[in-house]
Design a protein around this ligand. Structure first.
Ligand code: PTT
Ligand code: SF4
Length: 616
């Protein structure tokens, strides 16, 4: 089977066993890889209602047909499991050498089951799998763990590891890799921790099967060069993702003070220009010629890599405008292995709740030193406060009561990315209907919306754009598995991706074929959600209530007096459902599921509780 190794590695930590399983060509063409493989495997193999932090949950690491191939930005992998934060399918995409090494070892994915007896590191080299003790680094952060691994195996191996956050099952713990990469925002690191799995190390020595390796080599290396030259011409990686901060501030789309405000006079102190001026090094994922990881020295003199989401949610949203202090908070999140975005939203929610007199506490917006202590409490689950913080903003709000859930900035339990949608309806919809909760990965419509449409329109064109972007960003890039930045930041044509795909697989797919797979994946993630939450209604597809609250509107600036309109959002959501072929509750119809080849799943979905009577 060209383009795929045709194998999945299944490891059972309880029994210390492993086996190589094969998959069919039909499975490969239906789900392709990455997110597609992960959602299908988890949907089929997890019983509904299982504890995400129990041994029944499974961790999937999945790659796609172009992952690890020398071609633009293919050094990525998808990590997935049932999420301890949201309670249904969750995943993330991170830069790692695992992409190339696992495929060279002969696998397109691995499934990790059960729970180890004690802290464990998995070492995979081609057909061999070793279960090694990791007690020496249990309790240590991700940097020390990485160093420990490199000292044993050298820097060429693929590594996925967790810090104290994962070990202590912080619900938003991430998986770390390389020096500055992290992924799996919905708590995939906590799932690793629940299995006492400290690290996975992979080394492969075989060629990745390809239909036309010579053609791919010429195409891939040529395009890597062109992407690098284009990046130099545009200068995108000078500021990387943080270039967007100044713009968000200008258009009143920046999160400030738990998203209460949309811009701030001091935002320039933490923008991309300042970051570039403070740069001490540049890092990137494998197979990338537009490396965007910018590090600075934090307040304590450590190297910390900052992206926009980190600066927006640990900086402006906490009203911390000292770049080196934002660097410190970011460093701690990386060291503990917890998601900077949910950590930022959880801390800002806590400060907001104190500010509103809902709870007593000593944390105020702008207090970077206390924020550092709180991150430590969360990562160690220390005391009542540490445990509350470790469970994330939604659970904290439910504990605090007093309608504070309205300003816990999350959708389906996953905290929103750093775009303040107080008056940006299309991006608010993108958060509302993102497959795994409020992740900007799924549809980043904000620039299109503010540059090409009327800001206060809730028309069908915005729903159409969200679907288009979901197919590309949450779909194609997540199942062929490659970084989307060449396309989004440098305008690298999308047509190149079917070209890479066809060259390695020998197939003849168009972008339309890609969209069909994307729609299938979205429908199955939705079924996973509905299976876990049978009472779910369209209300689950709403962004945080505070964005609809006129009393929360800005009092000055470009959107003074404005906020989202509930009735109009409802219409926009209906446009989205209509265009997707979902019913008015946001459930894919039986007709659509049959069309997507999901009739077996449709039949099974009909069994679940309320769906039984109402599924159409
Ligand atoms: C991603 C999310 C992001 S998205 C950021 S910054 W971004 C945060 N990074 C964190 C971090 O760092 N440390 C930490 N402890 N927590 C962090 N949480 C946040 O995690 C990421 C880049 C970026 S930087 C983005 S947008 C793009 N994301 C891609 C994607 O999702 N898919 C894809 N095919 N290509 C992408 N390219 C870009 O990759 P999650 P990374 Mg991450 C340190 O995974 O769970 O989706 O969360 O992957 O390798 O670090 O690269 O302004
Ligand atoms: Fe990684 Fe950035 Fe390169 Fe994408 S552009 S592959 S995130 S270094």
């Amino acid at each position: 089977m060209n383009g795929w190794t045709g194998n999945i590695l299944r490891v059972n930590l309880t029994a210390k066993t492993y086996k190589k399983e094969t998959f069919s060509e039909e499975f490969a063409r239906t789900w392709v890889g990455g997110r597609g493989f992960a959602v299908k495997i988890l949907y089929d193999e997890l019983k509904p209602g299982i504890d995400p932090l129990g041994p029944e949950n499974k961790l999937v690491v999945a790659l796609g047909p172009i992952a690890g191939i020398p071609a633009p930005n293919t050094g990525k992998a998808v990590v997935a499991a049932k999420s301890p934060l949201t309670g249904f399918y969750g995943d993330g995409n991170l830069g790692t050498r695992v992409s190339e090494q696992l495929r060279k070892a002969g696998y397109d994915a691995m499934i990790i089951e059960g729970k180890a007896e004690g802290p464990t590191m998995l070492y995979i080299e081609d057909d061999k799998v070793e279960f090694l003790p990791a007690g020496e680094v249990w309790g240590k952060g991700t940097y020390a763990t990485n160093d420990w691994i490199y000292a044993r195996y050298g820097k060429g191996v693929g590594v996925l590891n967790i810090g104290q956050g994962g070990e202590n099952m912080v619900r938003y713990a991430v998986v770390r890799s390389l020096e500055g990469r992290a992924g799996g925002r919905p708590g995939i690191g906590a799932v690793m921790g629940s299995k006492l799995l400290k690290a996975i190390v992979v080394k492969g020595t075989r060629p990745i099967p390809q239909a036309d390796p010579q053609a791919m080599k010429a195409l891939g290396f040529g395009d890597l060069k062109t992407v690098g030259q284009t990046d130099k011409k545009t200068g995108w990686s000078i500021q990387g993702t943080t270039a967007v901060l100044a713009w968000c501030n200008e258009v009143a789309g920046l999160p400030v003070r738990n998203f209460r405000k949309t811009h701030h006079a001091d935002a320039w102190k933490i923008d991309g220009e300042r970051l570039n001026a403070a740069r001490v090094a540049t890092y990137g994922c494998p197979n990338c010629t537009m490396k965007c990881g910018i590090t600075i020295h934090d307040r304590e003199g450590r190297e910390s890599e900052l992206d926009y989401e980190n600066v927006g949610l640990l900086g402006s949203n906490l009203e911390i405008f000292d770049l080196d202090q934002v660097g410190s908070l970011n460093y701690l999140c990386d060291e503990y292995g917890i998601d900077t975005m949910s950590a930022g939203c959880t801390l800002s929610f806590y400060a907001d709740a104190i500010d509103h007199g809902i709870v007593a506490g000593d944390f105020k917006f702008g207090d970077a030193e206390r924020a550092k202590e709180l991150l430590g409490l969360a990562a160690r689950r220390e005391g009542k406060l540490g445990n509350l913080l470790a469970d994330g903003s939604l659970r904290m709000a439910r504990e605090f009561g007093h309608n504070s859930e309205a300003y816990a900035m999350q959708v389906k339990g996953l905290d929103v990315a750093a775009y303040n949608c107080k008056f940006i309806p299309g991006q608010a919809l993108a958060f509302g209907v993102a497959a795994i909760g409020a992740h900007h990965r799924e549809a980043w419509i904000i620039t299109f919306e503010l540059k090409n449409t009327t800001r206060d329109s809730y028309g069908p064109e915005k729903a159409a754009k969200v679907i288009e972007l979901q197919r590309i960003r949450g779909g194609m890039f997540e199942f062929i598995v490659a970084c989307r930045f060449p396309w989004i930041e440098l305008g690298w044509p999308l047509d190149n991706y079917p070209k890479y795909f066809n060259t390695v697989t020998g197939l003849n797919w168009t972008l339309d074929d890609m969209w069909k797979v994307a729609d299938r994946i979205y429908a199955l993630i939705k079924l996973h959600y509905i299976r876990e939450f049978p009472q779910a209604s369209r209300k689950g597809d709403y962004p945080p209530a505070v964005w609809f609250d006129p009393s929360n509107a800005d009092t000055e600036g470009p959107i003074a007096g404005k906020c989202l309109d509930m009735d109009k959002y409802d219409q926009l959501l209906q446009h989205y459902y209509d265009q997707r072929g979902y019913d008015e509750r946001g459930i894919p119809t039986r007709v659509l599921l049959n069309k997507l080849g999901l009739s077996t799943e449709a039949a099974a979905a009909g069994k679940y509780a309320k769906l039984n009577q109402e599924f159409r």
